[in-house]
Write a protein that binds this ligand. Structure first.
Ligand SMILES: [Zn+2]
Ligand SMILES: [Zn+2]
Length: 670
C-alpha cells in the first residue's frame, strides 16, 4: 500500500501521521487504534479511512456512543448495556422502565445532533478493575462486563457482543470531552473511536426500537435496543435508505402473500411453511430443472426417511456437536406393564437435521469398488432444525427445509476434478436464474486449534486443492480463515442479486471425518481397502431459501418458465371468450400454463388484476383478432403487440419458456 506511513520522530501520534481528514483511525502493527495513540518508529502504521470496512465500523460504533449519551441526557436513569456496530449500522441496549416511543427517538436524534455539533473528543483512559467498578457503580450491566473481563478466556466468552466493551486485556474507559475540557459523558469501551463527535456529521439515522435480552439470554432482564445506521455522508445515507426501500418492495414475505405463493399457518408452527399452488409450481420447476442437471452429471437419486434412531446421529457425531440445533427426541416403543414396570426398553428417535448419515448408510449397504467412484448420491432431503424462534425469518430461516443435498464419495485422486465439475455445475445453474455476479469464499481451519479434526497435512492438501479449483474458475476469491466446519474446509459461492445484495448460495464441503466414523471403504485397483473422501454439497442451499432469494431477485417478475400462470387470456368482450379458450387450449396442449379470465370484470379491470399478480403475458383478443386468427400480446412493461398469428404466438411462447427467458417486453419474446 502506497500510503503506509513511517513515523520519523521517536514517538508520534496518528494526527501527525495522517493529515487527511478522511482518516479516522489507524492500524498499528495490525491492531486498530485511535489516531491519538502514539506510535514508535519501528511500528507499521496504516491509515483507516472512514469509507473502509474498519472505518465504517468505527464510525458506526462511535455513533452508538453518541446515542447512549443522548439517551442518558434525556433519561438519566437509563442503564447502559452494550453498543456494537453491526452490518450497515449500530445499536445500543438500555435498561429503562418505559420502552422508547417514536417521539422519544425524535428527541434523542435532536440531542445527538447537539452532541455532534459540540465536537466532543473521544479520549481513552486505561483503568484498573477497581477504578472501573467505582466509576461505573451506577451501571449494573457494565459492572457485570467488568467481572466478565477478568475471567479466563473472557474475550471469546463475550461472543454476544460484550467483546466490544471489554475484549481480553486491559480495561479502558472512553471519556467524551467537551470543548471546555469537561468530561461530558463516559463509557466502558475497548475502542477505537473517531477522534471527535463532529466527524460523525449528518449521515446517520435512528431506525427502530426492539426488545432484547441482556447478553442474549431469556433468563436475563429485558432491555430496549435502539438501532441506527451511519454513513460518511448524507448522500450515502440517502442511497442506503433507497436500497432499503427497494429491498422492502421486494421482501419475499410481502410478495409471497400478495402473489399467493406460500404461508406460515399458526396451526403448524413457527418456521414451517406451506406452499400454495402458485408457489408449489415454482418450486416444482426449480426442482425439476435441478434434477435434469443432476442426471446429466452422473448423479444417482436416493431417498431417505425423516426420522431415525438416536444411534445414527451418535455415529455421525451430530448428537455430540449439534444437539442444540435438533428437535428433542421422541421416545418410542417402550412397553410398560400394568404395575408401571418397563418390560421393554424404548428407543429415542430424532427428526433429521442433516441427510449425510443416511447417505453414508447407503454407501455402506454393500462393498464398494473403485470402479463405482465417484459415487454421487443426491436427494431433495427435508431436514428439521430447531432454530430459536427469534431468529426465524420468512423462508430464509426456517425450521423445516429441503436441501438439494448430495454426498459424493471419491478416491483421493478424484477430489480435484470432482470439485471443479461441481463448481462449474453451480455456476451454470445459478446463471440460468440470472445470477451472474459471483465471488467465492474459502473457509479454512485455524492452525493449532484442536477443534478442527484430522491431520494438519490432510487439511493443507485439501485447502490447496480447493484454492486451486477456486482460482481456476477465474472468480474473485475471499479468504475465511477459521470459518471451516470442524470436519473439513469448504468453498461457498456468494452471489449478488439484482439490487447488489450478497447471498451465500452453494457450498462444496470436504469431509475427512464422517468416512472415518462410518468406516467407509472401497476396494482399490490394488485389491486393498481404501477410505473414500466425502464431499457434501448443496447447489441451491435449501429450496425454501433459494425460493425466497429468487422471489426478491426478480421482485416477483419470474421468467416465463417459472411463472405460476404463464399466460392469461383476456377477451375484449364476453363473446370472444370462446375464441380465446381455443387458443389457450392449444397452449395448454403445448405444455404452457395458460387460462382464460372469464370473470364478470371489465377488460381493463382484468388486465389490472393480472398485472398486479405479475402474470408475464396477457393475451387479448377481440373481433379483429378472431376474424384474422390472431391474438394481441400485452407485456409487463405495458406495451402491446397486435395481430400475432396464433401459431406464431404459441411458437414464440414455447421458445421463451425453453430458453428460460424473462419476458418483460416484446423484444424478450422474439
Ligand atoms: Zn466504544
Ligand atoms: Zn452433508
Amino acid at each position: 500500500m502506497s500510503d503506509f506511513a513511517q513515523p520519523s520522530a521517536d514517538e508520534r501520534d496518528g494526527f501527525a501521521l495522517f493529515t487527511d481528514r478522511s482518516v479516522i483511525a489507524m492500524r498499528v502493527n495490525g491492531v486498530l487504534k485511535d489516531l491519538a495513540a502514539t506510535v514508535a518508529e519501528s511500528d507499521v502504521v496504516e491509515p483507516v479511512p472512514v469509507d473502509s470496512k474498519d472505518g465504517l465500523d468505527i464510525l458506526r460504533h462511535s455513533t452508538a456512543h453518541v446515542l447512549a449519551q443522548a439517551v442518558q441526557r434525556i433519561r438519566p436513569s437509563a442503564k447502559l448495556g452494550i453498543g456494537p456496530f453491526i452490518t450497515d449500522g449500530f445499536y445500543y441496549d438500555f435498561g429503562v422502565d418505559e420502552p422508547f416511543t417514536p417521539e422519544d427517538l425524535k428527541a434523542i436524534s435532536k440531542e445527538m445532533q447537539r452532541i455532534i455539533r459540540e465536537g466532543q473528543r473521544f479520549t481513552r483512559r486505561v483503568v484498573t478493575d477497581d477504578e472501573a467498578r467505582a466509576e461505573l457503580a451506577h451501571e449494573p450491566f457494565k459492572l457485570e462486563l467488568i467481572d466478565l473481563s477478568g475471567g479466563p478466556g473472557s474475550g471469546a466468552d463475550a461472543a454476544d457482543g460484550a467483546s466490544v466493551e471489554v475484549g481480553a486485556g486491559e480495561l479502558t474507559i472512553y471519556d467524551n470531552v467537551s470543548k471546555d475540557g469537561e468530561v461530558a459523558w463516559k463509557d466502558l469501551c475497548r475502542g477505537p473511536h473517531v477522534p471527535s463527535t463532529r466527524l460523525l456529521g449528518n449521515g446517520w439515522d435512528l431506525t427502530r426500537v426492539a426488545a432484547a435480552y441482556w447478553r442474549g439470554s431469556e433468563k436475563n432482564p429485558q432491555l430496549q435496543r435502539i438501532y441506527g445506521t451511519a454513513w460518511p455522508s448524507k448522500d450515502e445515507l440517502r442511497s442506503y435508505q433507497e436500497r432499503l426501500a427497494e429491498a422492502e418492495r421486494r421482501d419475499h414475505r410481502k410478495l409471497g402473500a400478495e402473489m399467493d405463493l406460500f404461508s406460515f399457518p399458526d396451526e403448524i408452527g413457527s418456521g414451517l411453511a406451506v406452499f400454495h399452488p402458485r408457489g408449489g409450481i415454482i418450486r416444482y420447476e426449480i426442482e425439476e430443472n435441478l434434477r435434469r442437471h443432476l442426471l446429466r452429471n452422473g448423479y444417482d437419486v436416493v431417498n431417505t426417511p425423516h426420522i431415525t434412531k438416536k444411534d445414527l446421529f451418535q455415529t455421525s457425531g451430530h448428537l455430540q456437536t449439534y444437539a442444540d440445533g435438533m428437535f428433542p427426541p421422541m421416545h418410542l416403543d417402550e412397553v410398560v406393564d400394568d404395575d408401571g414396570n418397563v418390560t421393554r426398553q424404548g428407543q429415542d428417535y430424532y427428526l433429521k437435521p442433516m441427510n449425510c448419515p443416511f447417505h453414508n448408510l447407503i454407501y455402506r449397504a454393500r462393498g464398494r469398488s473403485y470402479r463405482e467412484l465417484p459415487l454421487r448420491l443426491a436427494e431433495f432431503g427435508t431436514v428439521y432444525r430447531y432454530e430459536k424462534s427469534g431468529t426465524l425469518s420468512g423462508l430464509t430461516r426456517v425450521r423445516g427445509l429441503t436441501q438439494d443435498d448430495a454426498h459424493i464419495y471419491v478416491a483421493q485422486d478424484q477430489v480435484r476434478e470432482e470439485l471443479t465439475t461441481n463448481l462449474n455445475l453451480v455456476l451454470e445453474l445459478l446463471r440460468d436464474y440470472g445470477l451472474n455476479d459471483f465471488y467465492l469464499e474459502l473457509s479454512t481451519n485455524e492452525e493449532g486449534n484442536p477443534k478442527f479434526l484430522g491431520e494438519p497435512e490432510q487439511w493443507s492438501t485439501a485447502i490447496e486443492t480447493l484454492r486451486e479449483v477456486a482460482i481456476e474458475s477465474g472468480l474473485e476469491l475471499v479468504a475465511d480463515p477459521g470459518g471451516a466446519a470442524f470436519y473439513g474446509p469448504k468453498i461457498s459461492v456468494q452471489a449478488r442479486d439484482a439490487i447488489g445484495r450478497t447471498w451465500q448460495m452453494s457450498t462444496i464441503q470436504l469431509d475427512f471425518n464422517q468416512p472415518e466414523r462410518f468406516e467407509l471403504e472401497y476396494t482399490g485397483p490394488d485389491g486393498a481397502k481404501h477410505r473414500p473422501v466425502m464431499i457434501h454439497r448443496a447447489l441451491l442451499g435449501s429450496v425454501e431459501r433459494f425460493f425466497a432469494i429468487l422471489l426478491e431477485h426478480y421482485a416477483g417478475d419470474f421468467p416465463l418458465w417459472l411463472a405460476p400462470a404463464q399466460v392469461v387470456g383476456v377477451p375484449v368482450a364476453e363473446q370472444f371468450g370462446d375464441y380465446l379458450d381455443e387458443v389457450v387450449g392449444q397452449l395448454r396442449a403445448a405444455g404452457v400454463r395458460a387460462e382464460v379470465d372469464h370473470s364478470d370484470d371489465r377488460m381493463q379491470k382484468k388486465i389490472r388484476n393480472h398485472t398486479t399478480s405479475k402474470v408475464p403475458l396477457i393475451l387479448i383478443a377481440g373481433e379483429q383478432d378472431r376474424a384474422a386468427g390472431t391474438v394481441s400480446f400485452r407485456f409487463r412493461d405495458g406495451s402491446q403487440e397486435n395481430g400475432v398469428p396464433v401459431a406464431d404466438a404459441i411458437d414464440r411462447i414455447r421458445r421463451a419458456i425453453a430458453a428460460h427467458a424473462r419476458v418483460m417486453t416484446s423484444e424478450d419474446l422474439a
